[in-house]
Design a protein around this ligand. Structure first.
Ligand code: DQA
Length: 231
């Protein structure tokens, strides 16, 4: 299935592909958190949903639950990319800096998947120069550069929005969000500044990161805020 990141994609995050029918009306894609699922490749084989899948197999060293061998973790992601329903795979920027990560990205691309190169900071929002550097590196090694940081203040959130705007003006395809309470509004506002992916659980109680809105809420916030014709 195809998925374009030329415009905003709301990805319903889940460990259970059986959630797809509930997500269908509000989301543009399903983010399948393979690291949180039991037998994820079986789940993909059985998938008969309509939404394209963005597959994530988040490593434990990046805040996820995949704690096995790095080559096996990336091989599972490549196997996912071979499934027709998987349109994109998420690979951590740190992996893409290594030979095994570069090789996995090439194999996933050969299988037709778009690469979302991701960076997470679960403690803070780095300085502007660091945000800019990370986002550009991710957007260069991947097709979409994704940066999820933790905001503690309004200034943190504002810095992330500013960097999102600048990267988009340069022509990078990026997705940004600030985790935590202080960053929550960025999930709705960053698409106005160019962010191309928003993550939200179908049920608000099933959040996969701090500060996420439920999918229905994020959809209406993004649609309302992005309807400004000047953007
Ligand atoms: O990397 C991301 C972004 C995210 O951490 C968020 O903050 O919405 C949620 C994760 O499921 C996804 O893989």
């Amino acid at each position: 299935m195809d998925l374009s990141f030329d415009s905003f994609v709301l990805a319903a995050s889940t460990a259970d592909l059986g959630d797809e029918p509930t997500a269908r009306d509000v989301a543009d894609a399903v983010e399948f958190r393979m690291d949180l699922a039991d037998n994820p490749l079986d789940g993909l084989d059985d998938y008969d949903g309509e939404l394209p899948i963005l597959a994530t197999n988040r490593a434990d060293w990046e805040g996820g639950e995949a704690d096995g061998d790095e080559v096996d973790r990336l091989d599972a992601l490549v196997a996912a990319a071979e499934s027709d329903a998987v349109a994109a795979v998420d690979i951590e920027l740190d992996s893409l800096r290594s030979e095994v990560g570069v090789d996995a990205a090439a194999r996933a691309r050969a299988a037709g998947a778009t690469i979302v190169a991701s960076v997470h900071d679960f403690e803070r929002t780095p300085a502007r120069s660091e945000l800019t550097r990370l986002l550009h590196e991710a957007a260069t090694l991947g097709d979409v550069g994704k940066l999820a940081v933790t905001a503690q203040t309004n200034a943190d959130a504002l810095r992330l929005l500013d960097v999102t705007h600048t990267a988009t003006e340069w022509g990078d395809t990026v997705a940004t969000m600030a985790m935590g309470e202080a960053g929550r509004h960025t999930r709705a506002v960053s698409p106005v500044y160019g962010s191309k992916i928003g993550y939200a659980p179908v049920e608000p109680a099933d959040a996969t990161a701090p500060g996420q809105y439920g999918a229905q809420t994020l959809r209406s916030l993004v649609d309302d805020l992005s309807s400004n014709p000047d953007v």
